[in-house]
Design a binder for this molecule. Structure first.
Ligand code: ADE
Length: 425
């Protein structure tokens, strides 16, 4: 393994590296598309001499992404995009075995989180990769001097794309960004099947709750909400959906779910999961209305969806009753339980999305990074979609890896689709 010479790191325990290596290899077995990309990068070296800064969840899947970038010749520095999502064995393996400057410790406080983010920025990245836009935001707010050398960035998640689009609209964005989240091979799979399964995995690992027969309220019916609702239904929960968007509310009804305003759902639910991307989706007045023993979790990017500060004002600090479970005693005498400190439960209490789905998300990241390197001179300071040929190629490779064959259009069919003359016969 080629080891970068100037590697710096701050990880929990370098001795965890051997376990991290084994788990990274396990994930790699489920990531055939990214592996093919890594093998091509190894041959073609598209990132030779490029310094990359990445702020991502430090997981086995992310490890395989940064391996691919490094194989392509990049010098990579990595920090966590959430204080609770780091897998310490992976961080150790990346730092000590893979030659990646890594700054991430699970449970790090806010000061350390931003110290780590700044350690990545200290490497003066020319290309950045974000999950939630914290790196780009810090580059614009606190480290403005470094922004001019950045040729572009990629963004993994819905929340980050919303932030970056607002920056572009306000004309403050200093370099082009590729919105990886918007690729079909990303959000239709990662957000739906990844969040759907891993969120319930997180809730179950945290609490050992039985979902069958429970009333489970899903806040938000975007791709993530659809996935959570679908999987919870499959496990026998009575799913209620809360929405603010009429089209999505309607879609949830037609998909067979009960749709209620949160004020009503709060009284009926036993498990609450927010995936809205917005602040205070579960507010104090809703928590006060919940039944005894309600479980409250968030799987949206930031820990703002549950008004935890407001809850602590009425119920005090809370008591840890089990790893990832804090009990709050309400003035009424009822108890409610907040999971994973309101941070994304799938990465806090479980392992995030399975590798098989991150394969496509991170194939998009790797190919979008290559696209930025090749095309940055032509790109404006805007948020761009992942080019369609990249999205299509990832779907094609994934199907191939799964051994699934599909049909091709006949010349007659192709002609028919391109003509306007043919109609009723
Ligand atoms: N986001 C959700 N799941 C993830 C995973 N397993 N690795 C990295 N980022 C993620």
């Amino acid at each position: 393994m080629s080891v970068q010479t100037n590697v710096k790191y701050d990880v929990k325990d370098p001795a965890l590296a051997a376990e991290g290596l084994r788990r990274i290899e396990w994930a790699d077995r489920q990531m055939p598309v990214l592996r093919l990309i890594r093998e091509r990068f190894e041959r073609e070296k598209p990132f030779t001499g490029i310094r990359m800064g990445a702020c991502l969840h430090v997981t086995t899947e992310t490890a395989n992404l940064v391996r691919a970038l490094k194989a392509g010749g990049a010098e990579v520095a990595l920090c966590a995009s959430n204080p609770l999502s780091t897998q310490d064995d992976v961080a150790a393996a990346l730092a000590t075995e893979h030659g990646i400057s890594t700054f991430a410790i699970t449970g790090e406080d806010n000061v350390t989180y931003y110290k780590h983010l700044n350690a990545v920025l200290d490497t003066r990245p020319q290309l950045t990769m974000d999950d939630g836009a914290d790196l780009v935001s810090a580059l614009h707010k606190d480290r403005n001097d470094l922004a001019d050398q950045v040729i572009g960035s990629t963004e993994e998640t819905t929340t980050g794309v919303i932030r970056l689009t607002a920056m572009a609209k306000a004309k403050v964005l200093k370099f082009p960004v590729i919105a990886v989240n918007e690729a079909n091979t990303k959000h239709m799979f990662d957000n739906r099947y990844g969040t759907g399964q891993s969120t319930l995995d997180g809730v179950i690992r945290a609490t050992n709750v039985l979902l069958a027969g429970k009333t489970l309220v899903v806040l938000g019916y975007g791709w993530c909400g659809k996935g959570v609702a679908m999987r919870a239904k499959g496990m026998g929960a009575n799913v209620v959906v809360c929405e603010v968007d009429p089209l999505r509310g309607l879609e949830a009804v037609m998909d067979g779910f009960r749709v209620l305003p949160i004020a009503q759902a709060a009284k009926e639910g036993e498990i609450f999961i927010s995936v809205t991307g917005n602040i205070n989706a579960i507010d104090v007045k809703h928590i006060l209305a919940m039944p005894e023993g309600a479980l409250i979790a968030n799987s949206g990017h930031f820990n703002v969806e549950i008004n935890l500060k407001g809850l602590q004002e009425v119920a005090g600090e809370g008591r840890r009753v089990r790893e990832f479970v804090d009990e709050y005693l309400l003035p009424s005498g009822k108890r409610v339980y907040v999971l994973g400190e309101g941070r994304l439960i799938n990465l806090a209490a479980a392992e995030g999305h399975p590798a098989v789905v991150m394969d496509m998300s991170f194939a998009n990241q790797a190919l979008s990074a290559e696209y930025v390197v090749k095309n940055h001179a032509k790109l404006k300071k805007q948020v761009y979609m992942v080019p369609k040929h990249i999205d299509d190629e990832i779907a094609r490779l994934k199907l191939k890896a799964m051994g699934v064959k599909i049909d091709t259009l006949t010349p007659r069919q192709r002609k028919y689709l391109n003509s306007w003359e043919e109609g009723t016969e």
